[in-house]
Design a protein around this ligand. Sequence first.
Ligand SMILES: N[C@@H](CCSC[C@H]1O[C@@H](n2cnc3c(=O)[nH]cnc32)[C@H](O)[C@@H]1O)C(=O)O
Ligand SMILES: [Zn+2]
Length: 434
Amino acid sequence: MKILIKDPLILDFKEEKFVTYRAHIMIENGTISDITNDLPEDLSGFDEIIQASQLVALPGLINTHNHSPMSLLRSFSDDLRLMEWLDKKMLPAEENMTQEDIYWGSLLGITEMIKSGTTAYADMYIHIDQIAQAVYDSGIRASLTRGLVFLEDDGGQRLKESVDLVQSWSGKGDGRITTMMGPHAPYTCPPENLKEVMEIAKELGVPIHIHLAETHEEVEKINKRYGKSPTEYLADLGLFDGEHHALLAHAVHLDEQDIALLKNMKGGIAHNPYSNMKLGCGIAPVSKFIEKGILVGLGTDGAGSATSLDLFKEMKMASGLQKLEHLDPAIIDAHAILQMATVNGAKILGIDDQVGRIEKGKKADIILVNVNQPHLVPHHDLVSLLVYSAFGQDVDTTIVNGKILMKHRQLLTIDEEKVLYEAQRRAKRIVEGV
Ligand SMILES: N[C@@H](CCSC[C@H]1O[C@@H](n2cnc3c(=O)[nH]cnc32)[C@H](O)[C@@H]1O)C(=O)O
Ligand SMILES: [Zn+2]
């Protein structure tokens, strides 16, 4: 399959900033084979030509933290505190989800992500085989994790499912699917279990995906139980010693001492600004992380809290929160925010050798944004425009692994009408009685 993206304005991260230039992008067998100003006279060798002179091409956005089937719980339970929301609403509803529900719920999330310019994402959930199947079928790229809680003895069932996932799905879908081990959070994973999961992850050569210090309540709980902060708890188990690749979701409540503990960590932080705002959790010290050289990427969290999976929205929230927190609009610029949503996300998922930039030899994970609209004109600065003015609906075309998943807003791998129908009727049943 040979694709030509003809004449787009390309926005790509080079050295420390995003640069803009106009060129043609050629894609062959999933990979960016050339970026050039010279076109052959005969274009008949291309299977597909996308006229893109009115579009901006940028690396696909990367969502570093999601629970995709929670899209079925969108608008079901809002305006509650996190522990109440989780224990009384989310977990009981999840108990009602069948394997088929998970497939369609995940596909609902994936549909929204593709339509809003996300080309790769990290998922942590149950019935993970169904999610893997939805990822496989849809064509999106994902890093999958079976979430692990150790609050009851399940005879090792959850752990077994985690290992099965890693062994049976890693590398599938032409390499689009990668996997991680997912101890849910410090408050659901005692030290001996966490240690075991970390050892298994090391043996299998996969990263650890874990929630960390999302609320004040969590900090108090862990302090009471172990006499230390959640970050110290993980540090003492060796998670940040540089031998494990870790994806830390939230990282809201870290003081200077906690931040110092992350100095040698491999991997980085999934910042979920809107979920944190909406659940009233707090503001993650993002600019301090960046100052200390700790990688920060962007995530949404599940749509049960985030309400939508639009990373363009998250970029605005991430920027606004830092500016407000520090009462300083210069604390973080649009380049740093777009970097979080692209290059940094790729590094945090451990797939930066393949994606995150528009470069010859990289996998073609590219989105084309229509900037010829009233809210996106004029084009003084494209990075500012995309971060501060654009939304997911402005994405015209989404390409993953060299395959067009959405062309001029038409989905090519997903039957959208069917997804909406299935999601609606299943969601209704799931929340009955909860
Ligand atoms: N409960 C599962 C394992 C966890 S999967 C990931 C879990 O994360 C939960 N989750 C979603 N959003 C958040 C959040 O913001 N903080 C903590 N957990 C969350 C979600 O409801 C889901 O149960 C089991 O019994 O095996
Ligand atoms: Zn989460």
